[in-house]
Design a protein around this ligand. Structure first.
Ligand code: SF4
Length: 499
């Protein structure tokens, strides 16, 4: 089937209509503008009451979120930042999770005005990785020390559901001997960023063990969305995209991730859109998003809009939107990526982000060919702001008291969907994660860390071990003996033991 016929057959209207209420979707622009207008000049006590609700790990209402978005008082903004960090510590402790993005294809049937991969950009050299190339890329990512990957695909018949399923299986199949010869390392969780799909296709991904399924709405504003995504493209259908995660839930993928591309429209509106999206998932499935992303538009080769949008978001507005997202959807992870320049990225991690990437290469085939981004700008979707290696990042964050977690145990132990939501809200997931963070950090320090990173990491891991030994939760739940034995076995060379 050619790309045009394929695109025409993708959208299944009944898999949109079933989620609508009275024929309407959950984004009501009039209501959002009204809420943002009504909550101007927030009262101090009102703000403090809302902060208390966030600390109780309860999702906020749209009115409460609108109120926080309108805070301008520096003293209150500072209180919000401090509370955001407390919320993060309560749910996720001092952990940071790393992943590597892998771009498998840059073919695309769409024409998003801000993207270098859009179909009519003839400057772009197109490629879809063969399974041999996927193996080579995966091997290079594993050799950096990564255990978690996000596989990224353009929307095209050459990279449809069958290709995605094959590539997930291929990524899982690659095993590499560790540099120290201590067993093997592999990618233990493959998350996927791909176009919206029908439920039957999503089931194919579920069957091969997809981790999180991630679809960004780009902008939640209907009108702006229509301006940026031509109506004669698949992506031009706003609602097909808006309900992509709902369909994933119906396909059995209960671990979903949402996001907006900040810079396409007003940032306060987008935060409200994300909140409404989380609320609708909760309402229809009882499960919110596992993570929320807030990528900021970066210059993209061949895209004028990426540098000249009237809605580009300043660094200060980015700090504020991260703070409000942390407070508004307190149980969700927040992802900051290497799109951001290193200093701001680290600041945002300290404000409440829980996941990030490192050693990232966005070019198709760039890991195995060891290409730098300046070597192949015609094959990247946008330019990176932070090009630190994983080892450098692990060291920098360890110096700030943050432990890098390579844990992927959650979904393998069935801690996903409503189970993980429940554990996150009660602050219990963070406890299991603490143990698994230490176990996987031990693996990383033994297998991949440079001598400088190991020196900093050993001090941090000692502190973590002391904290674990002195935390009543671990003693009460009788977790300590198993943890101690796993830690010793890993130190002796066994791998992939988790709680
Ligand atoms: S943003 Fe995604 S869908 Fe749009 S042109 Fe780029 S790769 Fe294609």
């Amino acid at each position: 089937m050619n790309a045009k016929d394929w695109a025409a057959a993708v959208i299944k209207q009944d898999e949109i209509d079933k989620y609508l209420v009275g024929g309407k979707d959950f984004i009501d622009e009039g209501k959002i503008y009204e809420e943002l207008e009504k909550q101007k000049n927030p009262d101090k006590q009102q703000v403090r009451d809302i902060l208390q609700k966030s600390l109780d790990i309860k999702i906020l209402t749209p009115a409460e979120t609108a109120l926080l978005l309108n805070v301008e008082d520096p003293e209150l903004l500072q209180e919000m930042r401090e509370t955001a960090l407390q919320v993060k510590r309560k749910v996720y402790d001092n952990r940071i999770v790393f992943f590597a993005p892998l771009y498998l294809s840059n073919v695309c049937v769409n024409s998003c005005k801000y993207c270098g991969f859009r179909a009519e950009n003839k400057e772009e050299k197109r490629h879809v990785l063969s399974m041999d190339e996927v193996r080579a890329e995966t091997a290079a990512v594993i050799d950096e020390g990564h255990k978690r990957m996000i596989a990224v695909y353009g929307e095209h018949p050459l990279s449809g559901a069958d290709y995605i399923a094959d590539s997930i299986s291929t990524i899982y199949s690659v095993k590499r001997t560790t540099p120290t010869g201590n067993g093997f390392n592999n990618i233990r969780r493959v998350n996927v960023n791909a176009a919206p799909m029908e439920i039957a296709d999503l089931k194919k991904l579920w069957r091969v063990g997809i981790g999180t399924y991630q679809v960004f709405q780009e902008t939640y504003n209907h009108e702006r969305y229509a301006e940026l995504h031509p109506a004669n493209t698949v992506k031009g259908n706003y609602r097909w995209r808006l309900y992509a995660l709902h369909r994933a839930m119906d396909a059995g993928i209960d671990d979903v991730a949402m996001g907006a591309l900040f810079g396409l429209y007003d940032w306060k509106f987008e935060v409200m859109g994300l909140l409404y999206h989380a609320l609708d998932l909760e309402r229809q499935f009882g499960i919110g998003p596992h993570t929320v992303s807030f990528p900021r538009m970066q210059p993209a080769p061949g895209s004028f809009l990426s540098e000249h949008s009237p809605y580009l978001v300043s660094d200060e507005a980015t700090r504020r939107l991260v703070t409000v997202l942390r407070l508004a959807i307190p149980y969700s992870g927040l992802i900051v990526t290497c799109r951001e320049e290193a200093g701001l990225k680290r600041e945002l991690i300290h404000l409440g982000c829980t996941q990030t990437d490192a050693s990232s290469k966005l070019g198709i085939g760039a890991y195995s060919q060891k290409l730098k981004q300046e070597d192949n700008p015609d094959k990247v979707q946008f330019m990176l702001g932070d090009q630190h290696s994983l080892d450098e990042e692990v060291k920098l964050l360890a110096e700030d008291g943050m432990i890098t977690s390579f844990c992927t145990a959650g979904y393998r132990c069935g801690r996903t969907g409503d189970k993980i939501m429940n554990l996150l809200e009660k602050g219990v997931e963070g406890k299991f994660c603490k143990l698994n963070a230490v176990l996987t950090f031990r693996e990383y320090l033994n297998d991949y860390a440079s001598p400088e990173t190991r020196a900093v990491g050993e001090k941090l891991i000692e502190q973590e071990l002391r904290e674990i030994e002195n935390t009543p939760f671990f003693t009460d739940k009788k977790l300590l003996p198993t943890f101690r034995s796993y830690y010793e076995r890993i130190a002796r060379g066994e791998r992939d033991l988790y709680m």
